[in-house]
Design a protein around this ligand. Structure first.
Ligand code: HAM
Length: 409
């Protein structure tokens, strides 16, 4: 788990603001749900996944309830949808932390943050395309170029057993070549064997039956529409028939954006897909479809570093108030300027003029506003430039300071 302090946090603010703007333009409203949910909410979405079985921070609360700190956001959002039944299509975006007890390494943390967008209540393939386009446009806006959209369809739940049987038969025939962990996974859910990143499993996974060969006519037609929608928007993608994603709820479309600028184990910038049975499982109306994605904020920032985009910006004040009169001028003048929409910083502890001027330089402010005994007597402020023509200074009447700063900051 990481601490994020300024100036790095300025990049977080920029990433969230960019996402919020893209989501707003596409008609999504902000939804905020609790970090803690009843354990069943998560058990329903991933009974056979590592995320739910091995990595969850679950505990019994003081009221004796079995609860968990969320490992992902979609389940809580769909629980909220089932509870409140907002009008559909419900388009919700959110941002927040998720907790998974993983092996920490660069790009993989026990607390990570996701930006998330979901559309609930429509099966229209355009909704799949629109969430992908939202994610794509957001990354483009950040300046991320070295990335690939991977696309797959997992078909409908009704036809899933036929594919899973074929997969089980294939993996069982090749069990001797699979890792011990994958053999265990196979006995629970053959689909989850695809989650393995262990090199010894790769050759077996490579030759496994692919789900795209098992799609029903409806699911195949849906997938064709998604693909032609992406083409119409000029969004490139590659088909990845082994993209099953790490949660159990996916049906039909699944996708992931991978960064080429990051190491292959942690290169997923985010992913998502359809989950047409999830709302019903969480107590919502039968047959409610949904589609969405989660983007990893830490991964996105690592990709920005690797591509040299979105530098951190130190918060700079417009002015720095230097007060050598010893009264309350720094306090009052700073407050007046802040009320007038000007970013004003100041020194504390009655430090010397020299120390305060050093602090003014460090602050990155364009102007120092100096209040000494003379200025107080004349009801004025000395304004000294800290950039360009350094040291240039003028006396400005106290009631004209805000106007002067607006013109010269
Ligand atoms: P997910 O693929 O588990 O999907 O997570 C989404 C993204 O969160 C990943 O692609 C990655 O960028 C980031 N992420 C996940 N775990 C970590 C970690 N330990 N450290 C750093 N970043 C991480 C979901 O969670 C789904 N709820 C997405 C979704 C929304 N599907 C439909 N709607």
């Amino acid at each position: 788990m990481r601490d994020v302090l300024a100036p790095e946090s300025s990049r977080w603010a920029a990433v969230v603001a960019t996402f919020a703007e893209h989501a707003r333009r596409a008609g999504f409203g902000l939804a905020l749900t609790p970090l803690i949910e009843h354990l069943e909410v998560f058990e329903r979405v991933g009974d056979s996944t590592d995320i739910v079985r091995k990595e969850m921070y679950d505990f019994t609360d003081k009221g004796g309830r079995r609860v968990a700190v969320r490992p992902e956001i979609t389940a809580g959002l769909m629980r909220a949808f089932a509870e409140h039944r907002p009008p559909t299509p419900w388009k919700a975006w959110t941002v927040g932390p998720n907790f998974r007890y993983e092996q920490p390494q660069s790009g993989r943390y026990r607390q990570h943050h996701q930006l998330d967008a979901e559309i609930v209540g429509t099966s229209d393939p355009d909704a799949d395309v629109e969430v992908i386009a939202l994610f794509d446009g957001f990354q483009r806006r950040l300046g991320l170029r070295q990335r690939t959209l991977k696309l797959n369809s997992l078909g409908d739940l009704a036809e899933r057993p036929v594919y899973v049987d074929a997969l089980r038969a294939y993996f069982t025939a090749h069990a001797a070549d699979l890792s011990e962990q994958s053999r265990q996974t196979l006995s629970m859910n053959p689909l989850r064997v695809f989650d393995s990143k262990r090199p010894e499993d790769a050759p077996v996974l490579e030759e496994a039956p692919v789900v795209l060969d098992y799609l029903s006519p409806d699911a195949a037609a849906h997938f064709d529409r998604v693909r032609s929608g992406l083409d119409a928007l000029g969004i490139d993608y590659v088909l990845d028939p082994r993209l099953v994603r790490g949660l159990d709820y996916y049906t039909r479309t699944t996708f992931e954006f991978a960064s080429h600028a990051l190491g292959s184990a942690q290169n997923a910038l985010g992913g998502g897909g359809r989950y047409d049975g999830l709302v019903e499982q969480l107590g919502g109306p039968a047959g409610t479809p949904g589609v969405g994605f989660g983007a990893g904020v830490e991964r996105i920032l690592l990709a920005c570093d690797a591509e040299g985009v979105l530098p951190a910006e130190a918060a700079t004040a417009d002015v720095f108030v230097v007060d050598t009169a010893g009264g309350q001028d720094a306090l009052v003048l700073s407050a007046e300027l802040r009320d007038a929409g000007i970013a004003a910083d100041r020194a504390y502890d009655g430090r010397s003029m020299k120390a305060q001027m050093k602090a003014a330089d460090r602050s990155g402010a364009a102007l120092a506003l100096i209040v000494g005994a003379d200025e107080v007597a004349g009801n004025e402020v000395t304004v000294r430039s800290l950039r360009g023509e350094r040291g240039e200074q003028v006396r400005v009447p106290r009631d004209k300071v805000a106007d002067y700063v607006r013109e010269h900051r």
